[in-house]
Design a protein around this ligand. Structure first.
Ligand code: NOJ
Length: 979
């Protein structure tokens, strides 16, 4: 490299660092946009968009893309339909071959893969870089998928011989063979039918496009004078020579923001369109700060003009209402329409762009219906897409979870309140904050330390002058069963004498540059290297650092926060690692970019498991991919103390939830800036219902522990936090369901009312787990009333004063600052623990309260899951699972075991056999039906006894309330209460 360009490079580098630091302090949105690519500045995206535009300009019958299935190669056997796709390419005398497979899986999903034959071969391709793996990256599924991928041999061919002769292959599959896939070799369209109706179509618009390996072609025309090596060539000259969809010579390098990506494998993009016929609403593909129901992306009022992008980046103080990439990527999308849900999972870890359009499609001469068309474009990798046909939203989540795993059942303390800021500055500071909670009788479980606790941002060390005795600090916290979380990021300070770095470096466990040296960049510690956790040896190394004896100053109540794992590189392109850096397996970073953050958390989780095998680990991550839900919690990154960030948090949390990642929260209070007392109050009220509930603040924000603003605010925040703790038994039960069915904890309207299409776009209210509580947090300044939408005709009760609401549509509610608008849907039984304790673990043997909201017919039901809340014993059956049912037929409330007798854990039940149901609250009971006045009759173990009740009659629009005090029944037993 010439001296002048080194100087320019250094300048660019230092200006990036300066810029980044500046943004950390004073966010400037417009300038930030230029740090990140748009589709136009991303050649493979722009080119595939143009390909789509070209297709839409001509009639479908005259659109002639260069791909076709060779019908003579198609075969079906044992659940696998496969064959060869031929691509006619300029510069290639014979068609380029791609192998496709349709694998019918037992879980009911179908996997469609396309790979490039020449790159699958053992013999080296002429000109292919010999330091890189020749095959296209095909391991996204390896990281994301834990389910069984062997074909379901019961899938059967359903096409006739004539149809096959005509190039039509049909396969019936699914648990009841209610699904059918139809491949049309002539068009290469693959339609997925459920009960005779098409729900998902792959390559409907015939936008399948996969670049193939070829040596860099000569530019179509000589370069203009004065254009430097590596600079972009004149687009017009280069593209004139190649047909639409094919890369021109300029795509063999990429220049963006002063960085050059050498692209040694050349362009290798992969693109496909996926249509959802008759569906208008799509959800998922987090992470974006946008509406829950995804918008169109090709312009028009209220739409975006950029595709949704999945590329994990450190996008501090992100814009709201934007399709821009954020910290994490889950390429899973759900489509929902009246009583029907389907899903697709695009298993690719590279930079991915998704265009969405919703055209009206003529059904016949009189009718048109809207469909949704999507166009997925990734930079590299194989084509690997999974199709799930539902039919319900719940079954789609189950199918997706059967592939990528379910939310790990968290330890119960992780569902309590977390107190964080950048930074708690010393041991005294930590212990004072800890004591502050007790003084103000506010429960909390975990206090967090941000990067300043370390010696010079060197992880696994402590800043001795401020944290001289971390063990003692942790032991003090442990007395009240509280935990400490410390941050540990993947950048490792490059410093002589820092053993964590030295040994990592010596053993070559870091990400490498394109020429095989250790890659160094800048992050919090200054010059750093990044541990390559795709490498199993690096995982072992990482595990070693956490050992109880080795990680000095750490105690058994220490848990971990993994941040900056996109990875964030202050002086890297788009604030991340260069795409041509190299990972274990000789794959480029571009191939695994979106997966890297998950591999890092995976290593940390393994480390915690190895350190304390009996304990459930807890790790919070900022970056994530499909499958991260198996590892811990996630939060939505650096928001700001402004109302629009409180507003967008909820659609974001809903999006994570439907994409399998239920354990999610947003920084309560807003990370940047200082919230007003009103905003802070409203944020705690909303945050109390986030699956992950943590207050956090930037280093320059004023202190804002919940008692610092005086009354009435301390009481408002205390009430919100205490309400969270009251509801922990039901919240934990919801997490249990997420852990085996993938059901989100915070649920959108369509999960309760799947047939109500009007409610599909509603994303400012939600159902909270199993409770039936419909929560609509106030997220606008000065608002003291709201309209809450009832998605069905069930009866609803104000949770606090039992006012009755009924009828589909909006209903008005008062919402003064002290009130969270919550309605309880009739038909549900929730379980609470009402006594204030300092932390969740101290509640583990407290008595329970059942709150029963009767439905319009007078019945209700609910479940309760309990275990020891911390260890892995639950996975060996040490838990309790009960079903409560209030029947309108006989007005009896029954508690029954959900487990078959041989699965009941006597050992666990013994530990809680003194846990009573101390109160039962029944809302909406027709008190004229009470068998006896003033008492109910309780039955357990063949005995019966009367229990006094307190009755408040229905009046003034409010439902009746019957409170049974201390019925003397136990949570472990079967019992009944006759009303
Ligand atoms: C960025 C994270 O998003 C933020 O939460 C954290 O406080 C800072 N890094 C410092 O570690």
């Amino acid at each position: 490299m010439a001296r002048s360009s080194i100087r320019v490079g250094l300048l660019v580098l230092s200006s990036y660092i300066a810029l980044f630091m500046l943004f950390q302090a004073t966010p400037a949105l417009a300038a930030k946009k230029n740090l990140f690519k748009t589709c136009e500045s991303t050649p493979f995206c722009r080119r595939n968009r143009e390909f789509a535009d070209a297709a839409s300009c001509v009639s479908p019958s005259s659109w002639a893309p260069p791909y076709a299935v060779d019908p003579s190669t198609v075969s079906f056997e044992s659940g696998l339909l496969q064959g060869t796709i031929l691509k006619t390419a300029p510069n290639s005398e014979t068609p380029v071959e791609f192998l496709f497979q349709l694998v019918f899986l037992e879980s009911g999903s179908v996997r469609f893969t396309v790979d490039e034959k020449q790159r699958m071969q053992a013999t080296a391709l002429p000109g292919f870089p010999d330091n890189l793996t020749q095959r296209r990256y095909n391991e996204a599924s390896k990281w994301a998928v834990v389910g069984d991928l062997t074909p379901d041999t019961s899938a059967s061919e359903s096409s006739t011989a004539e149809e096959q002769a005509d190039g039509l292959y049909k396969v019936k599959y699914g648990p009841e063979k209610q699904f059918e896939a139809v491949l049309d070799c002539k068009t290469l369209r693959i339609e997925f039918f459920r009960d005779g109706e098409a729900h998902v179509v792959l390559n409907d618009r015939r936008l399948l496009n996969m670049d193939h390996w070829q040596e860099k072609p000569a530019p179509a025309q000589p370069k203009e004078e004065g254009v430097e090596e590596g600079a972009e060539e004149s687009e017009a000259s280069a593209s004139a020579a190649v047909p639409k969809g094919f890369p021109d010579a300029s795509e063999w390098t990429d220049n963006f923001g002063g960085f050059t990506d050498k692209k040694p494998k050349g362009p290798e993009a992969v693109a496909l369109d996926i249509t959802f016929p008759g569906y208008e609403h799509l959800f998922g593909i987090p992470e974006h700060a946008d509406k829950f129901s995804l918008r169109e992306t090709r312009g028009g009022e209220g739409n975006h003009d950029q595709p949704y992008r999945l590329y994990n980046v450190d996008i501090f103080e992100y814009e709201v209402n934007s399709p821009m990439a954020m910290y994490g990527a889950i390429p899973f999308m759900q489509a929902h329409r009246k009583s029907s849900s389907v899903g697709v999972f695009w298993a690719n870890g590279a930079d991915t762009w998704i265009d969405i359009t919703k055209p009206e499609v003529a059904e016949n001469a009189f009718n048109a219906r809207r469909s949704t068309e999507t166009h997925w474009i990734s930079e590299s990798g194989i084509l690997d897409v999974y199709v799930m046909l539902g039919p319900s939203a719940g079954s789609v989540y189950k199918q997706y979870g059967a592939l990528t795993g379910y939310t790990a059942l968290p330890p119960i303390y992780a569902l309590g309140y977390h107190q964080c800021r950048w930074n708690y500055n010393s041991e005294d500071d930590v212990l004072e904050v800890d004591a502050g909670f007790d003084e103000h009788e506010i429960p909390y479980d975990v206090i967090w330390l941000d990067i300043e606790y370390t010696e010079g941002k060197k992880y696994f060390t402590w800043w001795k002058s401020m944290f001289p005795t971390p063990e003692k600090m942790m032991q003090t916290l442990a007395k009240r069963k509280r935990k400490l979380v410390t941050i540990i990021d993947p950048h490792i300070k490059k410093e002589t004498g820092y053993k964590v770095y030295e040994n990592m470096s010596k053993n070559e466990l870091a990400i490498k540059t394109s020429d095989g040296k250790e890659y160094n960049g800048w992050c919090w510690p200054g010059e750093s290297a990044w541990i390559d956790t795709l490498n199993p040896k690096a995982v072992d190394y990482w595990k070693d650092q956490f050992k109880l004896g080795k990680f000095c100053g750490s105690e058994s109540n220490l848990l971990i926060w993994n941040d900056m794992n996109e990875p964030s590189v202050f002086n890297g392109p788009e604030v991340s690692a260069p795409r041509d850096t190299i990972h274990f397996g000789n794959f480029e970073h571009r191939d695994v970019h979106n997966i890297y953050g998950m591999t890092f958390v995976n290593a940390t989780v393994q480390a915690l498991q190895a350190r304390q095998p009996r304990q459930r680990p807890f790790v919070l991550t900022r970056s994530f991919y499909s499958g991260s839900q198996r590892l811990g919690a996630v939060w939505t990154g650096d928001n700001a103390a402004k109302w629009e960030y409180l507003q967008v948090a909820l659609p974001m949390i809903l999006s994570h939830g439907v994409a399998g990642f239920g354990f999610v929260g947003a920084d309560v209070g807003g990370f940047f800036g200082n919230p007003t007392t009103e905003l802070l109050t409203r944020w705690y009220q909303a945050g109390a219902f986030y699956p992950f509930f943590r207050g956090h603040a930037h280093i320059e924000s004023k202190r804002r522990e919940p008692w610092l603003f005086g009354e009435p605010y301390t009481s408002y925040l205390r009430n919100a936090i205490r309400m969270r703790y009251q509801l922990l038994p039901s919240l934990y039960t919801a997490f249990h369901r997420a852990s085996f069915e993938g059901m989100p904890v915070v649920r959108p309207m369509f999960l309760m009312a799947p047939e109500n299409e009007e409610a599909l776009g509603i994303d400012d209210q939600f159902f909270f787990g199993e409770t039936g509580l419909l929560v609509k947090p106030i997220v606008e300044e000065g608002k003291v009333e709201t309209d809450i939408y009832l998605p069905d005709s069930q009866v609803y009760y104000d949770y606090f004063d039992q006012t009755v609401y009924q009828g589909v549509g909006y209903h008005h509610m008062d919402a003064p600052l002290e009130k969270i608008p919550i309605l309880a849907r009739g038909g549900h039984i929730l379980v609470r623990r009402d006594r204030y304790r300092r932390s969740s673990s101290l509640m583990s043997h407290d008595p329970l309260t059942l709150v029963i909201h009767l439905d319009k017919d007078g019945s209700a039901a609910g479940v309760l899951y309990m275990d020891d809340g911390e260890t892995t014993a639950f996975s060996r059956g040490a838990y309790l699972y009960r079903f409560f049912m209030f029947s309108a037929e006989d007005n009896i409330l029954r508690s029954r075991n959900m487990l078959p007798p041989n699965q009941i854990s006597k050992s666990y039940d013994k530990t809680i056999d003194a846990v009573r149901i101390e109160r039962i609250v029944v809302v909406g009971f027709d008190t004229a039906q009470l068998k006896k006045s003033g008492v109910v009759e309780s039955f357990q173990d063949r005995k019966s006894w009367p229990t006094e009740i307190e009755v408040t009659e229905a009046a003034g629009g409010k439902a009746s309330v019957v409170v049974v005090r201390d019925p003397k029944v136990l949570v472990t037993g079967d019992w009944s209460i006759q009303f």
